[in-house]
Design a protein around this ligand. Sequence first.
Ligand code: CAA
Ligand code: NAD
Length: 287
Amino acid sequence: MNANDIKKVAVLGAGLMGSGIAQVCAQAGINVVMRDIKDEFLEKGMKGIKDGLGKVVSKGKMTQEDASAIVNRIETTTDLAKAVSEADLVIEAIPEEMKLKKEVYKEVSKNVQEHAIIASNTSTLSVSEMAASVKKPENFVGLHFFNPAPVMKLLEIVRGKRTSEETVQFAKALANRLGKTPVVSIDSPGFIANRVALPLMIEAVTALEEGVATKEDIDTAMKLGYNHPMGPLELADLVGLDTILHSVKGVGDKLKSPRWKPPKLLEQMVKEGKLGRKTKKGFYDYP
Ligand code: CAA
Ligand code: NAD
């Protein structure tokens, strides 16, 4: 499969990442079908896309016609078989839970075209383990987009144990078509970026928990001291505290390192439904 020949992409999940990935593909001129389990989630995802494009239009960086054309390239459905049956590429962006992802891959595999590439946007889970649930594991690859997907330039490609070289080359060409810069990682816990970045977020939460400083001062220290665009606690709110907790536990279990123990405060906040921006409450409030 050549990345320039893609006619249709199916994006599974219309949350933070799925909606952003759908926008990126549609912006590159590709027809997209976005699938979620309820219409209300699809509507929320489409609203996020329209609002994001609206900001770009209001800055004079895109015409309203171009923004409308992008939106019109995205259709939505709750029907999984319908979503994937005509797709050349399926990108899964559902919650970071292996069991759930495997169940979905089994269904995808039954309905997808022979030549289709299947990709996961997983932050940390094993791509090789997911690939074992599809008929053609050589066509399976990790395509890790960063949040917010329309803005962040990186595409981390994860080569599973059985991913073919052709599929990796496809992923690199796709990155170019989408205006992203690819890096390639083997299937190791946390890959490259989260292996390095998650311990920073864990330490920031632990420092807050231990009363080292206020949340504002922790974030300011990293923004002004290290030139990070966001502080680690603001970033955790952007990513979603549930996603961070799943990722930290998943990588920690595999690396067996005490550095990867989830802070109690993080577990508590997730239990209370304080998941960050998506629930309007996290380390900060988002009224
Ligand atoms: N669609 C298209 N363009 C968009 C957009 C959208 N939805 N939203 C914003 N943009 C554009 C804006 O138009 C703007 O473009 P210009 O510079 O040309 O004007 C640019 O993106 C920046 O947007 P804003 O001015 O609105 O916002 P900002 O300057 O405050 O930056 C930010 C916001 C990009 C989020 C920045 O704060 C940032 O880079 N934060 C760090 C993000 C980060 O680290 N992400 C990684 C998270 S970890 C992860 O993703 C991996 C994982 O597995 C968990
Ligand atoms: P999210 O909670 O915002 O969205 C997940 C969406 O998937 C929800 O709308 C949910 O209803 C939907 N969903 C659940 N089961 C589904 C199914 N069977 N079929 C289709 N949709 C289903 O989560 P997110 O932050 O978008 O994360 C999605 C994936 O992307 C995770 O694997 C996560 O680790 C990864 N990721 C997240 C970030 C981030 O910053 N949040 C960055 C990179 C990668």
